[in-house]
Design a protein around this ligand. Structure first.
Ligand SMILES: [Zn+2]
Length: 956
């Protein structure tokens, strides 16, 4: 060994042990005495906190051993399981006298949460005096923010084993509900990888700080960001969370994250969701923040407040739990995860994993102390949260929301299911009713309207009013002062030279999420509340978690009058067909049925003109399964699959068309091909965009596909596939990875009939120099400077959801920091009133768009307009050579809901295209400006996407 190598070794050894020199090791066991019967976590794992990443199975063992040795204080409950069948555990910890009366405590708090059950303020006060406070401690939502997974073990040990007076005080006055591992699938990917490479090296560029793209433990199995899923509620981890919160009804809720440069806890940053009782919420954020601050100040630790982490988007854990009556808070620790065991701060101070764990432990304990010392006051405010919410629901202008099952009853039912799941009361009308002032969500003036039987009614005069309004209102209110501040930033940015770094904007996520708009369900809100005869919709008792997370099944939804919900039962009408089965197109169920039939090898065709069959007219896009083109088994399978998927099919017994020129035997009926789909999943790809597509295909529509890296794509025989999809991502990274030969290969494949689909950055690739697979160009690219920023979409602008493209390896919280790095290069000159030329990235808003109803990509839509999510700074000019299927009108107001930049967004978006089809040779290149699968939340454009897969391979 050379001297140089020895020196290097000494350096590595020194950096490993540096923390002991730099700072005293935090003592996790200073708050005793401890009961000897309860084992320390390290006695079970074999190592001290912070030495390794503890995997799920090991943590489960720690939980079980502690629960088994402290049964007087700890109940360990299974609360569901993940896609990868890892168990989710809640640990309920309290004093023995509370554990024996948990049902009574739950019942008391449930009454506070329903003011209809409380006769007087005095009664509420009495409950507040005599009931423990419920504190929910949530650990591990982001699997690679791993200090959380270690801290939870220490917190449970402290509560289960310590006889310290302060700890005993907590146990007597609180029921602590601990969601022990929120996202074990993601954490397992991270932990196994990290343990296999880490040596405690503190160099921030060393391999253990560089989490591989495919590992990306932040997200769950389907690469969903679980801190954004409480609107779509599509993932089992979210269902477990919601179920737990509905059962235990916490007054305090802490979601433990990490890592940022310094610890963060509330007061939260602006803006705050206006459906919260703002002043009261702020008071409590402040109180808990000060409690944490005092605990941290004892150690001299740094931290920050009121910056970056806001409480606006209604699908974060902190805002969602706040909308459920808790003081919902995000805590971010500074070490662990991709900063590995040791890392260097900007002044070379060594930060250890152990310190990150210690800070979470300290914040958790301080929170419990603040909670119990304010127990009674916090419980009283919990009651008032619901009481004043109901008052507002009764007196506010928006009194009721009405949803119409309309064209796709399953889509409406899936929205209703989400509402019911989170405790919002929904009535299904059994008779029609009338409103004298109904506001159409699509923006028409209020008018009187008759609603049919089958409509879903959500009255806001209900305990969950605040949450219901936050999830349903068409346009969430955004704080005026916040907007003003962002506009001032923009002004300052516009005065800066193009090489001067710009200030980042403070939007942390999309600004439009109204569930009816996102799901594409026809909706109204009314100023009046006419009597509705109907039944309450409920989740059926006994439905298993597996049933509840099956997006294909509505078996767990039922109505209190035992009558079926409208339009959900599928099946074949008219018995065994002799000529064909007609499948009306344009519903989720019809798409599922079609995909299932094609996968089983049956022949299905699409009518490209209005079809007359079985004595009825069917619009273009209607599907036809012809009896004589299929085996005998068609009859049985179509009937079984229709029942299973909830789709409708109609038996037809003659090819004769009563009117018109198109019948079953017409040449306008074109045979479909089974989709053979390749999806790129590589470092150029946004992992959440890929994940949302993966989930949509596999779980919602049952479509199988082949995921590939670009390297594999470049080498593979792609002729066997008819669809290739580039999810949202970085256009330049796609281009670099594909190279000229890869691009040429794709071009040749399209010429031969392939359908190449790009989403967001994947679509922007097609517009780039030396790619040019479309005549569209991004707005602003005409004036483009050589180093134009890569394209962005809402998926990326909502930056924490986006994967860091290879070019931006920031192992930090994909939070505000990332958003700032990627914020748009505003290059407008300060010249007054100059017509804007370059878009400023939009955080994500809802826009009206026009549909070209004559194009096959719009089959299944029955309106000329659609409300779509759009974000980012890539606005596509219309194609000159292809079809502009969905476009933003050149005049008229485009924005329906959410924030847009004045004198920029609408001016530049007008006249651009949202979906472009470029017929190319025998194939197609199809561009989606925004992700049609965004979080499985914005589903209004899903049908266009399915059409590009089912129809584009055979239609022109
Ligand atoms: Zn996080």
């Amino acid at each position: 060994m050379t001297l140089r190598k020895l020196t290097l070794l000494a350096l590595i050894v020194a950096s490993f042990f540096a923390p002991a020199i730099a700072q005293e090791k935090f003592d996790f066991y200073s708050r005793g005495p401890y009961r000897q019967s309860v084992p320390r976590p390290s006695a079970i794992t074999g190592y001290e906190p912070g030495q390794f990443q503890t995997p799920h199975g090991q943590i489960a063992r720690v939980l079980e051993k502690i629960a088994a040795t402290a049964p007087d204080r700890v109940r360990l409950l299974e609360n569901g399981e993940t896609w990868e069948y890892r168990k989710l555990y809640l640990a309920v910890v309290s004093a023995p006298e509370n554990l024996t009366r948990l049902d009574e405590i739950k019942a008391s708090i449930a009454r506070l949460a329903d003011p209809r059950k409380i006769a007087s303020q005095a009664e509420a006060d009495q409950i507040a005096r005599s009931t423990p406070i419920v504190v929910w401690l949530n650990y591990g939502i982001h699997g690679n923010e791993s200090a959380s997974y270690e801290a939870v073990q220490q917190v449970i040990y402290q509560l289960a084993a310590s006889e310290e007076p302060r700890t005993m005080e907590i146990l007597r006055n609180a029921v602590v509900v601990i969601n022990t591992m929120h996202n074990p699938d993601g954490h397992e990917r991270f932990a196994v990888w990290e343990n296999s490479v880490a040596s405690g090296n503190a160099e921030n560029f060393s391999i253990e700080h560089d989490e591989p793209y495919q590992v990306y433990g932040r997200s769950n199995h389907y690469r969903f960001d679980l801190n954004r899923d409480l609107l779509a509620m599509s993932q089992p981890e979210s269902h477990a969370l919601i179920r737990g919160v509905r059962e235990w009804r916490p007054q305090v809720f802490v979601d433990h994250h990490g890592q940022v440069a310094n610890y963060f806890f509330p007061p939260a940053a602006d803006p705050i969701n206006k459906n919260l009782p703002i002043e009261n919420s702020k008071l409590w954020y402040d109180k808990f923040g000060r409690g944490n601050a005092a605990a941290f100040d004892r150690y001299g630790w740094g931290y920050y407040v009121r910056h970056v982490f806001d409480v606006y988007y209604a699908g974060y854990m902190d805002s969602w739990s706040s909308l459920n009556g808790a003081t919902g808070m995000t805590y971010e620790t500074d070490a662990g995860g991709p900063t590995s065991i040791n890392s260097k701060l900007d002044d070379e101070t060594i930060l250890t994993f152990r310190q990150g764990i210690a800070k979470h432990f300290t914040a958790s304990m301080a929170t419990l102390e603040t909670a119990v010392s304010n127990r009674e006051a916090r419980l009283k405010d919990y009651y008032l949260f619901f009481k004043t919410g109901m008052d507002e629901g009764r007196t506010g202008q928006m009194k009721r929301v009405v949803l119409l099952p309309g064209r796709d009853p399953h889509r409406a039912a899936s929205l209703v299911r989400n509402l019911v799941r989170e405790g919002i009361e929904v009535t299904v009308a059994r008779e029609g009713f009338r409103s004298s002032a109904a506001h159409d969500y699509r923006g028409a003036k209020p008018a009187s309207k008759d609603f049919p039987a089958g409509a879903y009614v959500i009255d806001l005069n209900q305990p969950q009013k605040r949450l219901a309004k936050a999830h349903l209102e068409p346009n969430p209110d955004l704080d005026k002062d916040f907007i003003k501040r962002e506009l001032e930033r923009r002004e300052r940015n516009e005065r800066r030279g193009k090489n001067v770094e710009k200030e980042g904007y403070e939007f942390y996520d999309i600004t439009s999420w109204s569930l009816p708009l996102a799901f594409g369900v026809e909706a109204y809100w009314t100023e009046d509340v006419a009597t509705v005869r109907g039944a309450q919709v409920a989740l059926r008792e006994g439905a298993t978690p597996v049933q509840q997370m099956n997006s294909l099944s509505f078996a767990e939804l039922s109505a209190s009058d035992s009558q079926p919900l409208p339009g959900l039962a599928g099946g074949v009408e008219g018995g065994r067909a002799t000529t064909a089965y007609i499948i009306p197109y344009g519903t989720d169920a019809a798409s599922r049925l079609t995909i299932a039939l094609l996968a089983e090898g049956f022949k299905v065709a699409v009518s490209t003109r209005q079809l007359n069959a079985g004595g009825r007219n069917w619009p273009a896009g209607t599907l036809v399964a012809r009896v004589h083109r299929n085996p005998e088994t068609l009859h049985g399978r179509i009937s079984a699959l229709a029942r299973e998927t909830g789709a409708q099919a109609f038996a037809v017994n003659s090819a004769f068309s009563e009117t018109g020129d198109t019948g079953i035997g017409s040449e306008s009926i074109v045979s479909l091909k089974e989709p053979r789909v390749l999806v790129v999943w590589d470092e150029s790809t946004s992992s959440t965009s890929y994940g949302a597509m993966w989930y949509t295909f596999e779980r919602a529509y049952g479509l199988q596909f082949t995921p590939v890296t670009i390297n594999a794509l470049n080498g593979a025989d792609i002729s066997r596939f008819n669809i290739i999809i580039l999810p949202d991502g970085s256009a330049s990274a796609y281009q670099n990875a594909l190279g000229k030969s890869g691009i040429d290969k794709l071009k040749g494949w399209v010429q031969n009939g392939g359908v190449l689909i790009g989403i967001g950055g994947g679509a922007a690739l097609f517009t780039r120099k030396d790619v040019e697979m479309t005549s569209s160009r991004p707005v602003g690219s005409e004036e483009e400077t050589p180093a134009a920023a890569p394209a962005q979409t809402a998926a990326q602008t909502a930056a924490q959801t986006a994967t860091q493209p290879a070019a931006q390896p920031t192992p930090k919280e994909k939070g505000k920091e990332a958003a700032q790095e990627k914020s748009p290069a505003v290059e407008e000159k300060p010249a007054e009133k100059k017509k804007p030329t370059e878009p400023i990235a939009v955080p994500g808003a809802a826009f009206r768009a026009k549909i070209d109803r004559n194009h096959f990509l719009s089959y299944g839509y029955d309106s000329d307009t659609v409300v779509v999510l759009f974000g980012g700074d890539t606005f596509f000019r219309p194609s000159k050579d292809g079809a502009n299927v969905v476009t933003f009108a050149a005049d008229g107001a485009l924005t329906l809901s959410g924030f847009v930049w004045p004198d920029n967004t609408e001016a530049l978006l007008a006249g651009t295209s949202y979906i472009i089809d470029e017929p190319t040779g025998r194939g197609h290149v199809i561009l989606f400006a925004e992700d049609p699968n965004f979080r499985y939340l914005w589903r209004s454009a899903t049908q266009f996407f399915l059409n590009s897969i089912l129809l584009a391979p055979v239609l022109k």
